[in-house]
Design a protein around this ligand. Sequence first.
Ligand code: 6PG
Length: 246
Amino acid sequence: MRKCGISIVARLDEAVQDAAVRVVASVRNRSTIALAGGGTPKRLYEALTAPSWRQRVDWRAVQWFWGDERAVPPDHADSNYRMARESLLDPLGVPAGQIHRMPADARDADAAAMAYEQAIRSVAAPGPDGRPALDLVLLGIGTDGHTASLFPGTAALDETERLVVANDVPQLNTRRMTMTFPLLLAARSIVVFVTGADKAEIVSRLLGPRRDTNLPAARLREAGHRVTWVLDAAAAARLETPPAVP
Ligand code: 6PG
């Protein structure tokens, strides 16, 4: 299996542009994209709305999903949906019918997860393994090695059939909704965007010479060359060959 790609750039603004290049390269008309949540991707989303990037793709022809969501309403400050709507989708003028909010706040979370999976199946063409192959999945990494809402020790890590599940996260005393590895690893392209000194330790445990294969995000390596990690120098500082920072 060909190895994943690792792109290390010195400064945060360069990492944002590097990630934007990879996002645009992965998108074609009628693409399906799963957006990352948390705080890191906001700069990337804002960059994609700048004239130099927004005119490169017919963003309005994309079907937009989320890799995971918190159990909060769509207007909540912690909502991944709200962050992406405000920083990316609304500025790009994406039609509401192509924006598929992950309903992690639904009363029946399991039924809502199954419905979300069906929505994905209805627009994403199957890949070689028969599972829907999203054109692009954007992901971040937590300092505990989680990605999406696949946290260490949680049930969703062991899911082999369902593509979207509700996932109890005891360490956060909350419930999330998340895409599972069977879906994430079927994507045609995965961009893992990680910046900042606070991620240097976990990045070294995931990509360094003494990898911790028990970390949830370590499984992204199963997607081989379809995964690209975009890191700034701060996040890559504990890797063997950090870039020469000017
Ligand atoms: C979420 C994200 C999660 C995120 C990491 C990193 O809902 O929180 O999907 O997987 O990518 O926790 O978050 P930061 O970018 O805020 O460090």
